[in-house]
Design a protein around this ligand. Structure first.
Ligand SMILES: Cc1ncc(COP(=O)(O)O)c(C=O)c1O
Length: 350
């Protein structure tokens, strides 16, 4: 049985005809794994023994004390092998690719965390791997480019457009259309055409009305400056990279270039499930500027002894501005999606 392609009105498969058989093949293979005890046992063992899951839930004593309001907990996804939540998805997709008999892995990356995770999984499974990365990101996330090279992956520097994540996705899709027979495209976020990855940390809580869900977008230099990546706050529904979702458009209806200090958030779209959660009011989306994220980065280093990724620093910034006003018995859980080693150059050059 096929699963629904849509979250409300969002999602779908807006792809060239040549890719439809590949998406069908992927969905059939994916559905086949759901009740496959051997596949699930293998994935669980990889997640536990290779990646180090389940990652701990850390009560952040000094952050909590400094705010004097809600209790703040951090989901320590930064402690995963390769330093971010991206490895969960990469291991699952590369395991599936190997079961499907694919010989070649394609991925795109912004911050390089997804690229490193896929390069890692491809090395583990002995598969060829090519990662597309915008030239600007190749520079600002240089340590991750070096890691991918060490892992035996070819990193292709993308020179089109803003030379960031959107352009890397364009090139990865172009490669996939050309090499669809033997290649598997490991998409790095909750985006792309159905059946690509569904929701991350929100997933377990969507059905629990007692839990408020808050997504934090990158406001870059400010949503009213036009230099931002706050897609839900500043965009409207449209099609980008295979699905119908909130997208940033300029006044001519073209995709508006995004801006964020954080390479992993520097993208003019957002996944369809987020769009649906926003449109139905189940989740609230707020935004945080580059400056606020950098301040939260430093504050977390000094208060908690944890160097967070710039992406995760956006979520932390929202906690710093809101948790003081919440009752002491409220629990705030922040997905600390990754560690900040990759961002040292960016931070030190400010
Ligand atoms: C550490 C970290 N957090 C978050 C993200 C954003 O991706 P997603 O929205 O898929 O979690 C990235 C993307 O590269 C990342 O590296």
């Amino acid at each position: 049985m096929k699963t629904s392609m849509y979250f409300g009105i969002f999602g779908g498969q807006y792809v060239p005809e040549t890719l439809v058989p590949a998406l069908d093949e992927l969905e059939t293979a994916y559905l086949g794994t759901l009740d496959d005890a051997s596949f699930n046992g293998e994935l669980l063992a990889l997640l536990q023994n290779y990646s180090g899951r389940p990652t701990p839930l850390w009560f952040a004593p000094r952050i909590t004390e400094s705010l004097g309001g809600a209790k703040v907990y951090l989901k320590r996804e930064d402690l995963n092998h390769t330093g971010a939540h991206k490895i969960n998805n990469a291991l699952g997709q590369v395991l599936l690719a190997s079961k499907m008999g694919k010989k070649r892995i394609i991925a795109e990356t912004g911050a390089g965390q997804h690229g490193v995770a896929v390069a890692t999984a491809a090395a583990l499974f002995g598969l060829e791997c090519v990662v597309y990365m915008g030239e600007e990101d190749v520079h600002r996330q240089a340590p991750n480019v070096a890691r991918m090279h060490l892992l035996g992956t070819k990193v292709v520097s993308v020179l089109s457009g803003t030379r960031t994540l959107k352009d890397a996705v364009n090139e990865a899709i172009r490669d996939w259309v050309t090499n669809v027979e033997d290649s598997f495209y490991v998409i790095g976020s909750v985006m792309g055409p159905h059946p690509y990855p569904p929701m991350g940390i929100f997933h377990a809580f969507i059905g629990d009305p007692g839990v408020a869900l808050v997504g934090v977008e990158a406001a870059g230099r400010g949503v009213d400056t036009g230099l931002h990546a706050a897609t839900i706050s500043g965009g409207k529904p449209g099609v980008l990279h295979g699905s119908y979702s909130y997208v940033l458009f300029d006044e001519d209806g073209q995709i508006q270039p995004a801006h964020s200090i954080s390479a992993g958030l520097d993208y003019p779209g957002v996944g369809p499930e987020h769009s649906h959660l926003a449109a139905t009011g189940r989740a609230t989306y707020v935004s945080v500027t580059d400056d606020e994220a950098v301040e939260a980065f430093h504050r977390t280093c000094r208060l908690e002894g944890i160097i967070p990724a710039l992406e995760s620093s956006h979520a932390l910034a929202h906690v710093y501005r809101t948790a003081a006003a919440l009752p002491k018995e409220t629990i705030v859980l922040v997905n600390l999606s990754g560690r900040g080693d990759k961002d040292m150059d960016t931070i030190l050059s400010l």
